[in-house]
Every structure is written in structure tokens, then in C-alpha cells.
Design a protein around this ligand. Structure first.
Ligand code: AHR
Length: 636
């Protein structure tokens, strides 16, 4: 009996407390915004991009070359992604020939020995591409390869794009003149009125017996802004919509490599592709280095971003480090050379090299990051390594802002890079993380952060965590000079992902933005230049906001995040302000935290724009459950 009464009591307590919780969420919050009282400046570079070769971000992603393994890496199974073609009664074999190649950087090649072939029975090799070749109708693809033939008259080489399902060529080109000297050959493949498809491969064949060596096979579709050796248009357009102000490159772990010899060795990533040896990425695949230092800078130029250049600082992930002092000097010199390559005039040694590589004008450089996540270096050598780089760089470039990758004990770096990978609940709890941070310390760069919920790309729950976090970044952007989500890109094809929860997903032919991507688009599009005095009452635990003003545009941007499953009324009071009667409202929302976008359902959650009518200096809005919104007020 006693037990029963106790159980009933518990039930009643549970009922009342849940009723109280519901009503706390239903109580209108009162948000007062003093649009005429600026508080702190908003950093114009608050939002940018972080990037590295992970999840096939460049090769098989942004970097548009369609040929996979263009320089013939192999494993126990053979030469990856390349297969023999023996049509009809043709016979041939292929192997990696370590004794001949077109350059010092590429000293080997694919040897194709054709013992029998004719016009009806061609022989050669085929490449399966990045999960296929994405072909479109009436489109021109620009290709090239290096080739050499034996003394036998091999005859013309046929290059074709072939549909996997019909076995028929959808575009063909002929290359003639291969002889006993290595030479680069170019070709053009043009499709006709085909159906768009990714079920295609590339074939390189001949109709004669003989031996052919090939190296560095490349094929580009039309690229963003027609940049040679350039980028996928759909991905560039998605990034442009985020209004990013900077690009942090080349990593991340990719900067460091697993081993010192696998670091991002920038001097091996510049100049003609044939002079780039390629290298292994710590994310366990070979990087072509088609995306080299100058290509990163071209990416910045195309999207009007400033480079945030990370220089290798003598630590690689498998606990290899370079001792500060004389051992580190060559790496410091490498960083100085790299800075000169980026920002030096064409009359400097490395600026002249950049001009020779095709870009005479220097790039504006403000921030240089020394290393990446050096708190993981168990030798504790970072403080001395940072100091050595700092002194050498500042001596030559006193205006550069030098970013440290961890807190330092004995010196104050210009900027400190903080990283956060968390769940939504943690971001809700931590949205005020920087509110009380000492303003006399280093400036902060939140150089990697993400709410990690959703695979391969974040779901709405993650977007809510991100948006709550971003309200804190904006509120504190007198301190936080820059911030960027990571990782940015993921190839969602099987085997394409090495890291869960990445902002933008794609396959061979198309791409989509996650809900978290759209949260970034909203925050980056309505930044403002200063915060204003404000206070909120009865917010509850899952309502977050940021209020900024653009003085030049005379606009107030109010970002409101409702992370709750219940709607939330908000009473808005704008003392002294005279907002226009109509305001713009842009919102993303979802019925559940697990709702998401995907490659097959890419637009389930997208920003929806509407007008707010009857706006005054005292009015109310109701935020739907699980919603992120920006209200743009025009101020008189
Ligand atoms: O963003 C993925 C990885 O997370 C980065 O390469 C590294 O810096 C961090 O640990």
C-alpha cells in the first residue's frame, strides 16, 4: 500500500514538473535590443573556411581532374583504378615501369605491352575514375598525358569516354606522334546529345602491336571561372554562398602528415604538374598535389577570401618532431620562403617563382599559423618551436599575425587557435564560453569546430548546436577574429569518408548542403559590423540570440535559435529604434533533430524567406520548434 502511494506521489511530481517545464518554454521571452547602443566591433573576418585533403576533398572532390590515380600508385592488388583492355583477339599486359618517366618527380610510368591488336581488336588500359566519370551532354573535356613508345610504329592512340552500360564511346579523340622521347600530348573530348550519367570510364587504346609508356593522365571538365587545373563549379558555388572571408589551409592533420617526410612540403606542390611527385595524406590515400600552394591561393582569389597560411612547424602525427634550434632552421627557412612565395613581390626569389608559375601579383597575407594542434606533441617542444618561428618571421614580416596552435606559458602569441568537436547539448551549454575570456590575452581563432551529429553530414540537431555556438562567436567577435567549421567537404561515395559529420556532401556528379551548411549561410550572409546592447528575460535553456548592426546598411540582424521541440514566443522590444514596418525573415526549421539533407534528398531543409509585417519597436514573434532564423530590420 505504502509502495503504491509513493509511486502515485512520484507520478504527480513528474506530472507537475513536466507541466512546469512545458510552461517555461511557453512563457514568452522578452528580448530588448538597443540598436542605438553599439557594444563591440564584429570581426569582418569572423567566418571563413577550413580545408585539408580528407574525405577526398580535393582529389575526387573540389579539384576537378576526373582521372583517378593519374600517376599510377599500386598496392598488392595491382595499379589502383587502372585495368587492361583487350578487345576481341587483342593481347596485352600492363605493369609499372620504375625505369622510365617524364620527370625527376615522376620517374616511373605505366608500361603497356601490346603483342596483338588491330582496328577491330584494340588494346590498352582503362581508368574507372572517381566512382565513375560524370558526363554531360554537349560538353567539352580537356585532357592530356605524357607518353613514349618503343621503336615500333605504334600508330595513333585513341582516347575515349565509354559508357559502362552500352560499351559504346560517347566521345573520342586521337593522339598521334608518340615516339621514343617523353612528351606531353593534349586532346579534347566532346560529348553529343547524351543523357547525364556517371557510369562511364576512360580508355586509352591502340590498334597496333608495340609498347607504350604513359604517365600523368588528366581530364578536366569545365571548371569554376574556367580556371585551368581548376575546381568543381557546384562546390565553389556552395562555398561562395557562405560568404567566407578567409581560407585556412592546408590543414589540419594534412599539414603535418603522419611522418615528417609526409608533411605538406609546399615546394613539391608548385609549378608544372609533372614536377609534383604527389604524397601520402595522413587520411590514408595518396594526394596528387594537383591542389598545390598556388591552387589554394587561386581558390582564395576566386571566392575573395584571404589566405590563412598554415606552415609546417616540425611536428608530425606519429610523434615525430624536429628539435628546436639548428635542426629546426631548415623548416623555419621553408616557412619564410613560403611566405615570400605567397606575399613577396615578383622581384623577390620566391615571388619570382610565383610569377613564373603564372601569378605575378602577390597575395595579401595577414595571418600565418605555426603548425596544427601541437598539444598532441608529447615531447612538449611546441613553445620553443613556435618561438623560433615567431622570431624569424617577425624579423622579416613584423606586420604578420602569427597564430599559435595551443596555449603558451611564457609568451603571448598574437592569436591562439582553439578547436572544438562536440555534441549539440554541449554547444547549448557552452554558447557563452568566451563571454568572460580575458581581453588582454591573445586574440582567438576558432580554427576548427563542429557539432558532430549526423553521418556523413550534420543533421538539424547539429545545425542547432552550431547556430547556438555561433551566437557566442558573434557576441565575442571583438576577441574572436576568425572561426571556421571543419571538416568542410565529404565525398559520400562508399569509402569516401574518413571523418563523420562534414558540412557539404557530394558524389561524382552532384552536391548538397547539410542543415549545418545552411546555418553557416545564414550567419555568414547577415554579419553586421558591431554588436548592440541587449538583454533577455525568460529565455529558457534552448533559446539563443545574437544582435548585430551594419552601420553602413542601416540594418539590424537578429539571429534567433530555438533548440527546443516546442515553439517559443519572443516579445521584441527595440527602444528608440524605428524599424520599417516590414522586416525580412529567413528561417530553417525541421520537425526533428534527426531530419537532414542527403545526396538523394538534398533540399529537405533549406532557408525559407518571408516577410514579417506590422513590425514596430514593440512586437512579438513565435519561433517554431527546432528553428534557426535571421530577422533583418531596416532602421530609419
Ligand atoms: O578536422 C579533422 C581533423 O581534426 C583535423 O585534421 C585535425 O586538425 C583535427 O584533429
Amino acid at each position: 500500500m505504502l509502495k503504491k502511494t509513493f509511486a502515485r506521489l512520484l507520478h504527480v511530481v513528474a506530472f507537475f514538473s513536466s507541466t512546469l517545464l512545458i510552461s517555461a518554454q511557453n512563457i514568452p521571452a522578452t528580448l530588448t535590443l538597443h540598436a542605438d547602443q553599439p557594444t563591440t566591433a564584429v570581426s569582418p573576418t569572423l567566418y571563413g573556411l577550413m580545408t585539408e585533403e580528407i574525405n577526398y576533398s580535393y582529389d575526387g572532390g573540389l579539384y576537378a581532374d576526373m582521372v583517378r590515380n593519374r600517376t599510377f600508385f599500386g598496392d598488392w592488388s595491382g595499379i589502383l583504378n587502372w585495368y587492361l583492355v583487350e578487345g576481341g583477339h587483342a593481347t596485352a599486359k600492363m605493369s609499372l615501369d620504375p625505369s622510365t618517366g617524364p620527370s625527376t618527380a615522376l620517374p616511373n610510368s605505366l608500361k603497356i605491352e601490346i603483342s596483338q591488336a588491330d582496328a577491330q581488336s584494340p588494346a590498352g588500359v582503362l581508368n574507372t575514375g572517381w566512382w565513375g566519370y560524370s558526363l554531360h551532354p554537349n560538353t567539352t573535356y580537356q585532357g592530356s598525358f605524357y607518353a613514349k613508345a618503343d621503336a615500333t610504329a605504334l600508330g595513333p592512340i585513341t582516347v575515349s569516354l565509354i559508357n559502362d552500360n552500352t560499351g559504346k564511346a560517347v566521345a573520342t579523340a586521337t593522339v598521334t606522334g608518340a615516339n621514343t622521347e617523353w612528351k606531353q600530348y593534349t586532346f579534347t573530348l566532346k560529348t553529343g546529345a547524351i543523357q547525364p550519367s556517371t557510369s562511364n570510364h576512360l580508355a586509352i587504346t591502340t590498334s597496333h602491336a608495340g609498347t607504350l609508356w604513359i604517365q600523368l593522365v588528366s581530364l578536366f571538365p569545365p571548371t569554376y571561372h574556367d580556371r585551368p587545373n581548376g575546381f568543381r563549379t557546384d562546390l565553389m558555388e556552395k562555398m561562395a554562398a557562405m560568404h567566407p572571408q578567409f581560407l585556412r589551409f592546408p590543414g589540419g592533420n594534412y599539414l603535418e602528415g603522419d611522418h615528417i617526410k609526409e608533411r605538406f612540403d609546399w615546394k613539391k606542390t608548385i609549378g608544372p604538374l609533372v614536377d609534383r611527385p604527389s604524397h601520402r595524406s595522413p587520411w590514408n590515400y595518396q594526394s596528387s598535389d594537383g591542389m598545390g600552394l598556388l591552387e589554394f591561393l587561386g581558390w582564395c582569389e576566386d571566392l575573395h577570401m584571404q589566405p590563412v597560411l598554415a606552415v609546417y612547424a616540425g611536428y608530425s602525427l606519429m610523434q615525430e618532431h624536429v628539435n628546436p634550434g639548428a635542426d629546426l632552421e631548415p623548416y623555419v627557412q621553408d616557412a619564410l620562403d613560403e611566405i615570400e612565395y605567397v606575399s613577396g613581390g615578383a622581384d623577390t626569389k620566391w615571388g619570382a617563382q610565383r610569377a613564373k608559375d603564372g601569378h605575378p601579383a602577390p597575395f595579401k597575407l595577414t595571418y600565418v599559423e605555426i603548425g596544427n594542434e601541437d598539444q598532441f606533441d608529447r615531447s612538449n617542444s611546441y613553445e620553443d618551436r613556435y618561438t623560433q618561428f615567431y622570431k624569424a618571421i617577425k624579423a622579416k614580416y613584423p606586420d604578420l599575425q602569427l597564430i599559435a596552435t595551443m596555449p603558451l606559458k611564457n609568451m603571448k602569441p598574437d592569436v591562439q587557435d582553439d578547436h572544438y568537436y562536440v555534441r549539440a547539448k554541449q554547444n547549448f551549454a557552452d554558447a557563452h564560453h568566451y563571454d568572460k575570456t580575458d581581453r588582454n590575452g591573445p586574440k582567438i581563432f576558432v580554427g576548427e569546430w563542429a557539432t558532430r551529429e549526423g553521418i556523413p553530414t550534420p543533421n538539424m540537431g547539429a545545425a542547432l548546436g552550431d547556430a547556438a555556438w555561433m551566437t557566442g562567436l558573434e557576441r565575442n567577435s571583438d576577441l574572436i577574429v576568425m572561426s571556421c567549421y571543419a571538416p568542410l567537404l565529404v565525398n559520400v561515395n562508399p569509402g569516401g569518408m574518413q571523418w563523420d559529420t562534414d558540412l557539404i556532401g557530394y558524389n561524382t556528379s552532384t552536391s548538397y548542403g547539410s542543415p549545418a551548411y545552411y546555418a553557416q549561410v545564414l550567419f555568414g550572409s547577415y554579419l553586421g559590423d558591431h554588436t548592440i546592447a541587449s538583454n533577455i528575460e525568460d529565455a529558457g535553456e534552448k533559446l539563443f540570440y545574437s544582435a548585430t548592426v551594419s552601420a553602413s546598411k542601416k540594418q539590424l540582424y537578429l539571429k534567433l535559435v530555438n533548440g527546443s521541440s516546442d515553439s517559443k514566443p519572443v516579445h521584441l522590444v527595440l527602444p528608440g529604434a524605428h524599424p520599417a514596418a516590414n522586416a525580412k525573415l529567413i528561417r530553417i526549421s525541421a520537425p526533428d533533430t534527426q531530419t537532414t539533407n542527403s545526396i538523394d534528398d538534398p533540399r529537405r531543409i533549406i532557408p525559407v524567406e518571408s516577410a514579417l509585417h506590422n513590425v514596430s519597436s514593440d512586437f512579438s514573434v513565435t519561433l517554431p520548434p527546432y528553428s534557426i532564423q535571421v530577422i533583418q530590420f531596416d532602421l530609419h
